[in-house]
Design a protein around this ligand. Structure first.
Ligand SMILES: CC(C)CCC[C@@H](C)[C@H]1CC[C@H]2[C@@H]3[C@@H](O)C=C4C[C@@H](O)CC[C@]4(C)[C@H]3CC[C@]12C
Length: 418
């Protein structure tokens, strides 16, 4: 019996808590962390890890740096964005047969790693920068080309027929220019999503609405998402177009397909137009992905995700729900105590790699936001601030010596109760 069948039996009431879970969803208050999900839905992976989904294919991420024509560069950025969707939104359901509920990161949680392949070294820094409201910030840099993605996001959930999730936040891709000192900047919005298959006990993600990428060189891409029964009748479908900003009808390239399967890029407004030619295509089945390298757990900082959550993750793997509860609550209690100490001592938790951008207004949002409906404030009130990568802090972190075992144990005790 495969996992979808098992879940479906569970959903039919085979002694599982799925029915109770569905009932609890119906009275859902919008707080995803508060959902008590049945064991098969629990994941031992924290949301801070999800930032790595932006770079499954580093050569595709870095490719825009080698293109000097601004329209073709914008197309390469759109292509890279589309190639990330499968891992971002379908990797758990493809691997396990159903979407899973990730671990809710604690403030200061880190996920650090790097990819090494023909694109050279690409570094990932992901940090939980806010707990109330929860927000994760990330910075990904391809060292040889300097192509850099930074962003932050939070999720706002609501219930209407199913769980609907709006992503708050945005990403900024910087691509060094071969002709000018000023790099090209691409402002990226994030798609909304909802959960399908809840009733059958095998939830999976479907994207909806539209998301945008707009560039400082004057090009905008609009991506329209649809599921089964909509535009193409196929799940995970999308159509995208790239046009000079403000001239939506003057389409230079159109892209269509399924973000979980393959897609084609054609010139002009329509795929089947006699003047349109096939420019490029992508089939994830035919592509190699580069695995992310993460330090072995014992070498990680105590606040690094896999080390901090290792006991919870092991308990989830064993299906030992009592231990899951105990280990999670150790972290939660220690975190509450840490916040209380900070309050008494009149200090704030220091983020290691990101700072709230206070020199308002933000240059990128002011310049590019209006073209795609993003406000200057970047929804900072819903993400605990407008977060930007702080290179000075990162440099300082790099210079830090490895913690001794005693120092690591002290941090783990004080901040994680371990
Ligand atoms: C399975 C369900 C019943 C429980 C709810 C789980 C819910 C909190 C999870 C499910 C999918 C998660 C999305 C995920 O698809 C991908 C991303 C992209 C990444 O860049 C940022 C996080 C985000 C939006 C996840 C948030 C948590 C979601 C909605």
């Amino acid at each position: 019996m495969d996992s979808a069948q098992q879940n479906s039996n569970a959903a039919a009431g085979g002694g599982s808590s799925w029915g109770a879970f569905l009932k609890s969803i119906a009275s859902f208050n919008g707080d995803l962390a508060s959902l008590t999900a049945p064991p098969f839905i629990l994941s031992g992976t924290s949301l801070t890890e999800f930032s790595s989904y932006w770079c499954e294919h580093p050569p595709v991420f870095a490719a825009p740096a080698k293109e000097s024509d601004p329209a073709k560069r914008a197309l390469l950025v759109l292509k890279w964005f589309l190639t990330t969707l499968k891992q971002q939104y379908a990797s758990r359901s493809e691997q396990y047969g159903n979407e899973k509920k990730p671990l809710n990161p604690f403030l200061g949680e880190l996920f650090l790693g790097k990819w090494e392949d023909e694109a050279g070294v690409t570094e990932l820094i992901s940090e939980q920068v806010s707990h109330h409201p929860p927000a994760t910030a990330y910075n990904i840099t391809n060292l040889p080309t300097g192509v850099r993605l930074e962003g932050y996001n939070a999720q706002k959930a609501s219930f209407s027929k199913t769980i609907n999730i709006k992503q708050i936040g945005h990403a900024v891709l910087t691509v060094p220019s071969s002709t000018s000192d000023q790099p090209d900047t691409f402002l990226i919005t994030l798609p909304s999503l909802h959960i399908e298959g809840l009733i059958f006990g095998s939830p999976f993600i479907e994207l909806d609405g539209a998301s945008y990428i707009t560039s400082s060189t004057g090009y905008t891409a609009k991506i329209d998402y649809s599921g089964k029964g909509w535009l193409s009748g196929k799940k995970n479908s999308f159509v995208a177009s790239l046009y000079p900003t403000g001239k939506e009808k003057e389409v230079l390239y159109n892209v269509s397909g399924q973000w979980t399967k393959s897609f084609e890029i054609h010139s002009g407004a329509a795929k089947h137009n006699s003047k349109s030619t096939l420019v490029d295509s992508w089939d994830p089945e035919k592509q190699q992905h580069t695995p992310l390298t993460v330090a072995p757990i014992e070498k990680q900082h105590p606040l690094e995700s896999r080390r901090a959550w290792s006991k919870v993750a092991n308990a989830i793997l064993k299906g030992d729900l009592e231990a899951v509860g105990q280990e999670k609550s150790r972290i939660e209690v220690a975190q509450r105590e840490a916040r209380a100490r900070e309050k008494v001592e009149g200090r704030m938790w220091q983020r290691r790699y990101f700072s709230v951008y206070t020199d308002a207004p933000d240059r990128v949002l002011t310049q590019l936001g209006p073209a795609i409906g993003l406000a200057e404030h970047g929804d900072a009130d819903k993400t605990g601030g407008l977060w930007r990568f702080d290179a000075t802090k990162a440099e300082k972190e790099r210079g830090q010596p490895q913690l001794s075992d005693e120092e690591a144990s002290k941090i783990a005790k004080e901040l994680l109760g371990q």
